[in-house]
Design a protein around this ligand. Structure first.
Ligand SMILES: NC(=O)c1ccc[n+]([C@@H]2O[C@H](COP(=O)([O-])OP(=O)(O)OC[C@H]3O[C@@H](n4cnc5c(N)ncnc54)[C@H](O)[C@@H]3O)[C@@H](O)[C@H]2O)c1
Length: 457
C-alpha cells in the first residue's frame, strides 16, 4: 500500500526527495513556509535549477501536492521527512531554528496512529533525541482526538546538487539510524523500490548499466548522524589534499593531473574527488566541517585534520587573487572577466560559492569585474546585491577589453568557446583556469597566456 508522506522544506533536498518518492508511488505533500516558492511549485514550475527535476515533477504530479498549511501536510502523514536548512552560526555550530520550528509543527499537527519522523536535514549528533522531545512537548499541547504514536529516525542525505535526482534514484547507499526497529522497517519498506531497483527508470534518467541494488545500512541514531558529517569532512579533505599537493607540484614543475591519476589508480584511494582547482564551496562542506569541529570542541576534542581541510580550501581562493596580482601587478582599474558563479556546474546555488569571495576581493582592490554563468545570473543579481559587478549577456562578453579572465566554475560549454575571438577581444591576454578545464596548448597557440592551478606554467 502506498504510504502517505510529508516533506517539510522544499529546497534542494526536500524537493528532490518529494519528487522521487511521489514518482515511486507514495502520496507526497510538501510543506514550506515560503509562500512564493509554494506558489511556483503549485503552478508546476521548479524554483531551483536542478537537471531533470522539473521533468520528473511533471511525471509524478498526480501523487504530489504543495502547501503552506501544516495541518494539510502533516495530519494524515505516516512518514514525515524534515529537510529544512541547518546553516552555520558565526561560531561554526549549526543554526537549529528551522529544525526546531519544523519539529514543533510536527508535534502540533500529527494525527496518524503511528508516525515516523525522519531527520533528513544534516543535524548535529543528538538531534534525533532533541527533535523527539520537541515533538512530544508540542504534541501534548494539541487537542488530541485520537492518540498518535511517533518515533524519530535519522536518514542523512548524500545527494550532490547538479546530479541530485540521479544520486537519489541510483544512490551508493541509504543510511537509516533509529533506536526503534519499527522505524527502520517502515523506511526500508518505503525505499524498497530504490533498494531493489524495481521502479521503471524515467527515460531521461536511465538506470546505469549493471546497477542492480542500493545498499541499505541501518544503525543507531548517533552513528547515522555522524556518518553524514564524517562523509562530508572526508570528501572536503580529499579535495584539499589534492590542492595542497597541486601547489607543491607547481613549485617543482610537476603536473597535478598525472599525479591525481597516478594516486587515483590505487584502489585504496580511488580517482574521484581528486581534481585540483579552486576548491570546494556550496552549502554543505564548509558548514558540515565547521559543525564537526564544533562538536569535537564540545567534547574537548581537537580535530586538526578537519581544520586543515578548511584552511587549505580558504587559501585556494586567496591564491586566485594573488596570481592575478602577480600577473597584472596593479588591479586598480583593470577589467577582470569571471566565467562561472555557482559553486559547481549544473546548479544555480550560490551558497559559499568561491566566485563570491574572489569577486569581492578583486573589487576591494579596485578592479572592474564582469561575470557570466549559464544558470545562476538571475540569482546572483538578487543575492549579491552588495557587489558592484557587471553582468554579461553571454560568455564571450567577459573577454571584451578584459585584462584577465578567470574560469571559476567548470561548465563544459566553456571548454568550447571561440577562443580565437576571445583572444582578439582581450586587452591583455591572460587566462587563469581555476579548474583545469581548458586545453592549455590550444590557448597558447592563440597567444593567450594561461595559468592552470596545479600545473607549472
Ligand atoms: N543542498 C545539498 O546539496 C544538500 C545535500 C545533503 C544534505 N543537505 C542538508 O539538507 C538540509 C536542507 O538543505 P537544502 O539545501 O535543501 O536547503 P534549502 O535552504 O535549499 O531549503 C530549505 C527549505 O526549508 C524551508 N523551511 C525552513 N523552515 C521551515 C519550516 N519550519 N517549515 C517548512 N519549511 C521550512 C525553507 O523555506 C526552504 O525552502 C540541510 O540540513 C543540508 O545541510 C543538503
Amino acid at each position: 500500500m502506498s504510504k502517505k508522506v510529508a516533506i517539510i522544506g522544499t529546497g534542494y533536498v526536500g524537493l528532490t526527495t518529494g519528487v522521487a518518492l511521489s514518482y515511486l508511488g507514495c502520496e507526497v505533500t510538501c510543506l514550506d513556509v515560503d509562500a512564493e516558492k509554494v506558489k511556483t511549485l503549485k503552478a508546476g514550475k521548479c524554483p531551483i535549477y536542478e537537471p531533470h527535476l522539473a521533468e520528473l515533477m511533471d511525471l509524478a504530479k498526480k501523487n504530489l501536492k504543495f502547501t503552506t498549511d501544516a495541518k494539510e501536510a502533516l495530519a494524515k502523514a505516516e512518514v514525515i521527512f524534515i529537510a529544512v536548512g541547518t546553516p552555520s552560526n558565526a561560531d561554526g555550530t549549526p543554526n537549529l531554528t528551522y529544525l526546531k520550528s519544523a519539529a514543533q509543527s510536527v508535534g502540533a499537527n500529527i494525527e496518524s496512529p503511528f508516525v515516523v519522523i525522519v531527520n533528513k536535514s544534516t543535524v548535529p549528533i543528538g538531534s534525533g533525541n532533541w527533535v523527539e522531545s520537541i515533538v512530544r512537548d508540542a504534541y501534548r499541547g494539541q487537542n488530541q482526538t485520537q492518540k498518535s504514536k511517533f518515533t524519530v529516525a535519522s536518514n542523512p542525505e548524500f545527494l550532490r546538487e547538479g546530479s541530485a535526482l540521479s544520486d537519489m534514484l541510483y544512490a551508493d547507499r541509504i543510511v537509516v539510524g533509529a533506536d526503534d526497529p519499527k522505524a527502520v522497517e517502515v523506511l526500508r519498506d518505503l525505499y524498497k523500490p530504490l533498494i531493489e531497483q524495481t521502479f521503471l527508470a524515467p527515460g531521461f534518467l536511465m538506470r546505469p548499466e549493471g546497477f542492480k541494488s542500493v545498499h541499505f545500512l541501518a544503525s543507531d541514531l548517533q552513528s547515522a548522524e555522524l556518518i553524514k558529517y564524517a562523509a562530508n569532512a572526508f570528501l572536503a579533505l580529499k579535495i584539499s589534499f589534492i590542492n595542497e599537493i597541486a601547489e607543491l607540484s607547481e613549485k617543482v614543475g610537476a603536473d597535478i593531473t598525472h599525479i591525481a591519476k597516478g594516486i587515483g589508480l590505487d584502489s585504496r584511494i580511488g580517482n574521484r574527488f581528486l581534481q585540483a582547482g579552486i576548491g570546494w564551496g556550496g552549502s554543505c562542506f564548509g558548514k558540515d566541517t565547521a559543525a564537526l569541529i564544533a562538536t569535537g570542541q564540545e567534547y574537548g576534542l581537537n580535530m586538526p585534520i578537519s581544520k586543515a581541510a578548511k584552511d587549505v580550501n580558504s587559501r585556494q581562493r586567496i591564491r586566485v587573487v594573488d596570481i592575478l596580482m602577480n600577473e597584472l601587478k596593479i588591479l586598480k582599474g583593470k577589467k577582470i572577466g569571471i566565467l562561472g558563479l555557482a559553486f559547481k556546474p549544473f546548479t544555480d546555488d550560490l551558497r559559499d560559492a568561491p566566485a563570491y569571495e574572489i569577486v569581492q576581493k578583486l573589487i576591494e582592490r579596485g578592479a572592474k569585474v564582469v561575470v557570466y554563468d549559464p544558470v545562476a545570473m538571475e540569482r546572483a543579481q538578487k543575492e549579491w546585491k552588495g557587489l558592484e559587478i557587471e553582468y554579461a549577456n553571454g560568455a564571450m562578453e567577459v573577454f571584451q577589453e578584459s585584462d584577465a579572465v578567470c574560469l571559476i566554475t567548470e561548465w563544459p560549454e566553456f571548454a568550447s568557446l571561440a577562443f580565437d575571438e576571445a583572444a582578439s577581444a582581450m586587452r591583455n591576454k591572460f587566462i587563469l583556469d581555476g579548474r583545469g578545464l581548458f586545453e592549455q596548448a590550444k590557448l597558447q597557440k592563440l597567444g593567450l597566456k594561461t595559468t592552470i592551478l596545479g600545473r607549472s606554467s
